[in-house]
Design a protein around this ligand. Structure first.
Ligand code: ASP
Length: 393
């Protein structure tokens, strides 16, 4: 797209070089790629999300949280369909007292009068203090961050950009909430004050279960080719030591994991394996029985070409359905995650699994609200105030 041409050189750089542009010392300036979510930052955000969750249990805590960022305004620019990401960002803003506004259909903005997307973004930055954006174009959020950096370097008004889903590319805030869910699941210190941690309970039944994200096997299943949430989560988990990543999809080039992603994951030293059925085995053991967590995704049919439609009619998609019989083969503690929406026709997770204690997907969606609120506190540099509120409870 021609309006991105001015950033072409920056776009071409390797990811590791780019990351520096989105940081300001220890803090994120923009969140564009999941690789910015380092284990250290995730630990900080996890603690903050837990504090926000705890504070919001009381009316007093809620009112205090509402003051935290009451002087800030957010623009939610979502030109691609979204339910959970949009609503959970809006709820996160409401928790922190941030006023939100939204543009969901560019036809209602001056883009309909041939205004460039970059001009629209710069206009948003005149009125709002953060831009949270989801667009069909893969590099758009990244280019917006470069534009904001240019303005900042000239001491002009500039605001943080949050990538809330960029085409088929990345979805870093989904990785953030997926990680928050996994970190809570595999943590000894998570419990409501009154209840024993579920983890501690499960550990007494399966002593091999250890806390933390490292040294575990993660199974991903479904549309590995077009699932941006899979890529973003895999890049994040891949930063932890000794992780095994199992990818299950039909062996069709549209649906299996792309070479570029595999290369990046290998560079992180993740041990990666691919399979074409949930019933496959690795080293003589069923993969489902080896997984410490299972991440299901839907087949993203809206992106199909006519050729895909015809090819997919020959695929047996029941191989990618986590039905109760398959759940029964999983470890008793292994959480089942899904970024949602799930496909109610294909049923990659049938509703009969919803009441299983491992079905974590509804909790995972709620976790999005806490994790995104923590991200906003971090971006606006209000972590110290949050700690003070929490400690003064
Ligand atoms: N909600 C996720 C996304 O925006 C997953 C999906 O659409 O299947 O990528």
């Amino acid at each position: 797209m021609s309006e991105f041409a001015q950033f072409a050189d920056r776009l071409k750089r390797p990811i590791d070089v780019k990351l520096h542009d989105f940081q300001r010392n220890e803090r994120l300036r923009h969140l564009i790629f999941a690789s910015q979510l380092t284990p250290q930052l995730l630990e900080k955000l996890r603690r903050m999300a837990d504090m926000i969750r705890q504070l919001s249990r009381t009316k007093e805590g809620n009112l205090q949280l509402k003051q935290l960022l009451a002087h800030r305004r957010a623009m939610l620019y979502f030109s691609q369909p979204s339910t959970r990401t949009f609503l959970s960002f809006m709820a996160a803003c409401q928790i922190l007292g941030i006023t939100c506004n939204e543009v969901r259909d560019p036809k209602t903005s001056s883009e309909a009068k041939r205004e460039s997307k970059m001009d629209s973004i710069r206009m948003f930055s005149s009125y709002f203090d953060v831009i949270i954006m989801r667009t069909p174009e893969p590099n758009f959020a990244e280019c917006c961050a470069y534009l904001m950096n240019e303005l900042e370097s000239r001491e002009m008004r500039s605001v943080p950009i949050i990538n809330a889903g960029s085409g088929s590319d990345e979805h870093p805030t989904q990785a953030l909430l997926d990680m928050y869910t996994l970190m809570r699941t595999f943590s000894t210190d998570y419990s409501r004050e009154s209840k024993q941690s579920r983890f501690v309970e499960l550990q007494s039944q399966t002593p091999e279960l250890k806390p933390g994200i490292a040294n575990k096997t993660y199974l991903f299943c479904g549309d590995m080719g077009r699932g941006r949430t899979v890529r973003s989560l895999a890049y994040t988990i891949g930063q932890y030591p000794n992780v095994r990543l199992l990818f299950v999809s039909p062996s069709h080039e549209t649906l299996r994991l792309d070479e570029q992603t595999k290369k990046r994951l290998r560079a992180l030293r993740a041990d990666i394996h691919e399979f074409d059925s949930l019933d496959a085995q690795l080293e003589g053991q069923p993969i489902l029985a080896q997984a410490d967590a299972v991440y299901m995704t839907r087949i993203q049919r809206e992106h199909n070409s006519t050729q895909d439609d015809s090819d997919f009619s020959k695929i047996d998609f029941s191989q990618y359905q986590l039905n109760p019989e398959r759940v029964a083969r999983m470890k008793i503690y292994a959480p089942i995650l899904h970024p949602f929406p799930r496909d109610s026709v294909m049923g990659e997770i049938p509703t009969s699994v919803d009441m299983d204690s491992r079905a974590m997907y509804f909790r995972q969606a709620r976790n999005g609200m806490w994790a995104r609120a923590a991200l906003l506190v971090h971006l606006f540099d209000a972590a110290d105030e949050l700690f003070m509120l929490h400690n003064g409870r």
